[in-house]
Every structure is written in C-alpha cells, then in structure tokens.
Ligand binder design. Structure first.
Ligand code: SIN
Length: 317
C-alpha cells in the first residue's frame, strides 16, 4: 500500500531550541536544530504509515516573525498542497506568534487539506521535551481522513486557526480555544473530534495571494498597528501613528470593545482621514457584540492580533 505523504516544514521556535543544561526550560536559544534532526529524534515516526518529507523554510524565534517568512511559508504551503500525493502539511513553529501565522495561512489559503502547526514549550535539549510528542500528534492529525484547514496541535489538543490563542507563559498546555472550545484531542495517536473541521472563507484571500510574491521581503506590506484601551488612554499614540503614515489600526478595547472617549475621538479622526479602523477586545474570551450605529466596525470575533492579520490581507488584496 502506498504511504500517505506528509510534508513537514520547519520554521524554528523552542521546538528547535537548545539550552546549555537539560534542566533549563527558559534560558535557551530558540531556532537552532534543523527540521531533519527534529524528525530523526522521533523514533515512533519509523512505525507510522506516512512518508515524511521535510523542508527548512526558516529558522527563527517566532517573536521575530516577519512578513518575508510569512510570504515564503505561504508559497511553500501552496506548492506542496497542489501536489496530489500530499495528504497534509505539518509546520513546526515557535509558540509566541503561532496563532498569527496560523490565521494568516488560513485566511490567505483556506486549504482543503490539513495544515497543522505544532510547537513546544521546552527546548529540544530538555530532559523531557514536549516537541517530539507534539510532532507525532500533528502528523496524526495531518494524516487523518477528512481533516482540513489550518490547525494547531499542542499538548494533545487540536485547535482551529481562528480560535487558538497562547494563554500561558510556560505550561506545556499553553494554548486555548477560548469559549469556542478545541476541535478535538489526540489520544494515543487517535483523534477524538468534538466539532467539525474549520471552514473559514476569506473574501480577500484570492487577490491577496496574487499580490504576495514568494520572495516578498515585506517592505511594501501595509502598516497596520494595534493600540489598546486602558485607564487614562489618550489620543497621542493614534495621532503619532497617523502622522507616521499608518494605514490600518486595530484597537483592543476594554470589555465589549469600549474605548476611552479621548482614544475614541482620535480613532474616529483617523478613520475620517482614511485610516482603516477595527474594534476588537482585550478580553480573552467572548467577542465584541456590535450595536446599531457603531462608528467603528467590530473584528467579527477575531482577537486583536488576528484582526490585524485580516486587515493586512484586506489592504494587500
Ligand atoms: C518562539 O516563539 O519561537 C519561542 C518561544 C516558543 O516557541 O515557545
């Protein structure tokens, strides 16, 4: 029987990190170990019914994620997904911006095949690293019949790109899908699904993908920034950004997207000057519920960082 082909793309992160001591879980350097070596460190892959193909797309600490890496990753993803014998993709990624990359790829490419981002909270040199099990679980999801869309797998939990969010600074189970709940679990290599595979359609995807070249250094991407509401928030940051040529602003409002009157006035002024403005919430759960007559549109349930990705794609498309 022909084995299913799963492509594993490496981008760096703690999963590829090294520390001087096996007991050091925080003082390590991310993005050191190549994807071939990471795969070779999982003996259980030898027994899977999959043919694994690897490619190093980048080697970055994901706090330094760039538009250039996103463009390259999207191009390689598109390339491999177009191959009929490729069943699915796994992408190893740092945890810090994993949710942004996941949403970028989902909103841009809306893949019919599974694309599973995975990661680790402990470096590869740890006494008990979590990366190998996460990679094994990610391959189980990527090879599951019917799986589709961009997903994230960490600590045995399957999240959709839309809902996944890093919520803990050091625990192995660092991600949550908030009140949407996870897509399912990987239990001893088997999937227990709790809801349907994600089907997020994006209206800007088709034109945006045409406008993003694989060798795009990101220099011409629009400038979209995030501002936040808090006690004493004012107009100064927004005014400085507008003066600096910002094209889009996502505001992380308090509660149901509420804004200090001074910040709101500055945002409305920016909007009137042609800057695109969207209102999200800094709350970890729930979504901004719009009211009739709202002058600033809501983020349709997207977190501030994902609403920014959406706005980038709209402006690129
Ligand atoms: C990173 O995001 O690349 C470093 C942190 C991590 O992967 O947990």
């Amino acid at each position: 029987m022909k084995k299913k082909k799963i492509v594993i793309l490496g981008t760096g992160g703690t999963i590829a990190g090294t520390a001087a001591s096996a007991s050091d879980h925080t003082g390590y350097t991310a993005a050191q170990v190549g994807i071939d070596q990471l795969v070779a460190a999982v003996p259980a892959f030898a027994g899977t019914a999959c043919e694994l193909v690897t490619e190093q797309v980048a080697q970055v600490d994901s706090k330094d994620m760039s538009f250039a890496v996103w463009a390259r990753l999207a191009a390689r993803m598109k390339h491999f997904l177009a191959q009929a014998d490729v069943q699915g993709l796994v992408i190893t990624h740092g945890t810090d911006t994993l949710e942004e990359t996941a949403w970028f790829l989902q909103a841009l490419l809306n893949p019919d095949k599974p694309v599973v981002l995975t990661c680790a909270m402990r470096p590869a040199t740890a006494l008990a690293p979590d990366g190998p099990q996460n990679m094994l679980d990610a391959v189980a999801v990527a090879s599951h019949p019917g799986a589709r869309g961009v997903l994230a797998v960490c600590a045995g939990v399957i999240h959709s790109a839309r809902d996944v969010q890093k919520v803990h600074t050091y625990r192995l189970d660092a991600f949550s899908s908030g009140d949407a709940g996870p897509v399912g679990y990987v239990e001893e290599g088997r999937l227990r699904l709790l809801r349907n595979w994600p089907e997020a359609l994006s209206v800007h995807a088709l034109s945006a993908i045409k406008n993003i070249a694989s060798d795009d250094a990101g220099k011409n991407w629009p400038r979209v920034e995030i501002v936040m509401n808090y006690a004493g928030a004012g107009a100064a940051v927004v005014q400085a950004l507008v003066a600096g040529g910002v094209q889009g602003l996502v505001v992380a409002g308090t509660g149901n997207g509420t804004l200090h009157h001074a910040l709101e006035a500055a945002l409305l002024q920016a909007q009137a000057a042609g800057v695109r403005v969207v209102r999200a919430t800094r709350c970890l759960e729930g979504r901004v519920l719009p009211k009739a007559g709202d002058a600033i549109p809501d983020s349709q349930g997207l977190s501030p960082v994902k609403a920014r990705v959406d706005m980038l794609l709209q402006l690129i498309g």
